[in-house]
Design a binder for this molecule. Structure first.
Ligand code: ATP
Ligand code: MG
Length: 356
């Protein structure tokens, strides 16, 4: 029997509440699908600052590296706002991503049938379900390029540089093509190759990687057009592959098409099976400790973990189906509509287990 070691980084604010529900659901899935899970907890973010003085203790990195996967709640909150930049909870998050070599960020934009009305896009455009996956390069490009200030024509000026190596593009492209193979064999690579040299290298490299995936239908799109198409006709997309900065912007856009921040999961992957899974929302300090947070984004992050790191895709499918089923009846306050039964964080976890 497979036995997985999962490190839990519950973090701050609603982090512990939502991770506890996700663990409950993972335990149910383990029982149903016949695998074992053991957990180890480690500190990240504000709770780590309180206990050790730093947002990312060495012990946390070591525990994560020794595990099959990492489940993260959320970090940060007003309590730590006065910390210097390099000692803020968010610095811990960037630090753990770097330490684990997580270069690929996967963000699904999914509309669950019963939540259709939450999307700002008209139903005739969404046309039933939406399921788009954005694969964003996470450790290169302009966010990590050289930057500086200088004087130009007697005025202060500033510059940033976008650079990608062929190797960096190849490895993220492979992640996207592998994903496309597991999904609908359709991939859109997004760049600005009509203007940027780094985008031309990106496009050439993606085309070359595509030769190893003859079954995948590949097309290229400029980022400005993609931003428009996501709103005009999002169903044309299945997997979108793009750079760090373009992915940052497009994934926020795509997540809003799905409507609710409490529903969206994410995965950050390295070259190995080890991945870090977390909801896209923050620590929501305004509602922490009240048992009203929506745990579904974290529960759906567990489904991604099962699919991408643990090779338990049947269990992943089952969790997603259970979430869709539960939404037909039960809602946490953030997604509550008349005619549904209002439940707290804890009960939402129980209902998903029940449906599972
Ligand atoms: P960060 O900087 O960490 O992203 P933020 O303040 O930008 O934090 P969130 O912490 O995501 O954003 O919170 C934004 C709003 O959404 C808050 O009002 C919060 O209560 C709400 N929210 C976020 N996550 C959830 C959730 N899981 N369930 C219910 N409400 C949520
Ligand atoms: Mg935020």
């Amino acid at each position: 029997m497979a036995d997985y070691k999962i490190t839990l980084l519950k973090g701050d604010g609603i982090g512990p509440e939502i991770v506890n529900q996700a663990v409950k659901v993972l335990d149910c899935a383990a029982e149903k699908f016949g695998f074992g899970v053991t957990y180890d907890e480690a500190l990240l973010g504000g709770c780590a600052i309180d206990a050790t003085g730093v947002p990312l203790p060495d012990e946390t990195v070591a525990k994560c590296k020794a595990s099959d996967s990492v489940l993260l709640g959320a970090v940060g909150g007003p309590k730590w706002d006065s910390q210097p930049g390099n000692n803020r909870p968010e610095a811990g998050l960037l630090g753990i991503r770097g330490a684990l070599g997580l270069f690929a960020n996967l963000r699904p934009s999914v509309i669950f049938g019963p939540l259709k009305s939450a999307s700002p896009i008209k139903d005739e455009i969404i046309g039933g379900n939406l399921d788009v996956m954005i694969v964003r390069e996470l450790t290169g490009g302009i966010y990590f390029g050289e930057r500086g200030r200088k004087e130009v024509n007697g005025q202060p000026a500033a510059w940033d540089t976008e650079m990608y190596t062929v190797g960096e593009v190849e490895r993220i492209a492979k992640v996207a093509f592998d994903l496309a193979m597991k999904r609908n064999k359709k991939l859109t690579s997004v760049d600005k190759a009509n203007v940027l040299e780094s985008s031309r290298l990106w496009r050439e490299t993606v085309k070359r990687v595509a030769e190893d995936y003859p079954e995948v239908e590949l097309n290229h799109m400029y980022v400005d057009n993609c931003a428009m198409q996501l709103v005009r006709n999002p169903r044309q997309f299945d997997v979108i592959l793009t750079s760090n900065i373009f992915g940052d912007i497009l994934s926020d856009e795509a997540s809003m098409i799905a409507g609710s921040i409490g529903m969206l999961a994410s995965a950050s992957l390295s070259g190995s099976k080890l991945g870090l899974y977390e909801p896209i929302h923050g620590s929501a300090p305004d509602i922490a400790g009240q048992n009203i947070a929506n745990p579904l984004a974290t529960i759906l992050s567990v489904a991604m973990m099962l699919r991408y790191s643990l090779d338990q895709s049947e269990a992943a499918d089952a969790i997603e189906a259970a979430v869709a089923k539960v939404l037909e009846t039960y809602r946490t306050p953030d997604i509550y509509e008349e005619g549904f039964t209002k439940v707290g964080c804890d009960e939402m976890g129980d209902r998903v287990c029940e449906a599972l």
